[in-house]
Design a protein around this ligand. Structure first.
Ligand SMILES: C[S@@+](CC[C@H](N)C(=O)[O-])C[C@H]1O[C@@H](n2cnc3c(N)ncnc32)[C@H](O)[C@@H]1O
Length: 216
């Protein structure tokens, strides 16, 4: 077997339930997955150990933010990296506009390439650190995954959330602990209600922890 073929067979096959989750956006999602498989490792966006679990750990996991994003929201995804969860959200939800905020040039080029290839007109790639945008722009929703612990993440993201809007952070098992450590920062930055939800985008799949912080 050729080396390339070998690499391709290692990627898990999405189930019918996963296809159903993405609904009308299925073919665009498959296209994004194919780009990640073909170029993700080469361009330093995703580790080789992550490719076999591309759907369950990354694409399906990213979809967990969607129920927390209101119709037609203006969204910023801080620290998008390879496009998680922001690019997935933009593909699933043509009604929302997604600003992918990423400081690393190589990743910015990748995000631009994906948006162009998939002809996504609801994506804007912003080459910046989140803090550089404070006092300049505000969004209905800010999403983030694997960017920083809650106290630092709150400092970077809450100034970007409009009053009445929300931060939607995909977190791990230590979410409650991180929230406890961040409680003074959250209060100081105008956080209101905070909820921790366990979301399972597909019945057979893994669950993920979503922290939703409302801005007063
Ligand atoms: C571990 S990666 C996670 C990428 C993606 N969210 C994911 O879940 O796979 C963290 C990302 O946050 C970006 N980042 C780090 N500091 C940032 C900041 N201050 N503002 C915006 N993005 C930042 C990094 O460049 C990197 O792409």
């Amino acid at each position: 077997m050729e080396k390339d073929e070998e690499a391709l067979t290692e990627v898990e096959r999405p189930t019918a339930e996963v296809q159903e989750l993405f609904g009308l956006s299925w073919s665009a999602m498959e296209h994004f997955a194919q780009m990640l498989v073909e170029e993700g490792e080469l361009r330093g966006l995703i580790g080789p150990r992550e490719l076999p679990r591309l759907w369950s750990r990354h694409l399906v996991n990213s979809a967990a933010v969607s129920p927390f994003v209101p119709d037609e929201a203006a969204v910023a995804d801080v620290g998008s990296g390879a496009g998680f969860p922001g690019m997935v959200l933009a593909i699933m939800r043509p009604d929302v506009t997604v600003h992918l905020i990423e400081p690393m040039e190589r990743r910015v080029v990748w995000l631009d390439d994906v948006a162009r290839e998939l002809e996504l007109d609801n994506v804007e790639v912003v080459h910046a650190r989140a803090e550089e945008l404070h006092k300049k722009v505000r969004f209905d929703v800010v999403t983030a995954r694997a960017v920083a612990a809650m106290d630092k993440l709150a400092r970077w993201t809450l100034p970007l959330v409009r009053p009445g809007g929300r931060l939607v952070a995909l977190k791990g098992r230590r979410a409650e602990e991180e929230l406890e450590a961040a409680k003074y920062v959250l209060r100081k930055l105008g956080a209101g209600d905070v909820s921790v939800e366990e979301v399972r985008p597909v019945r057979e799949g893994e669950s993920t922890v979503v922290v939703v912080v409302t801005k007063r």
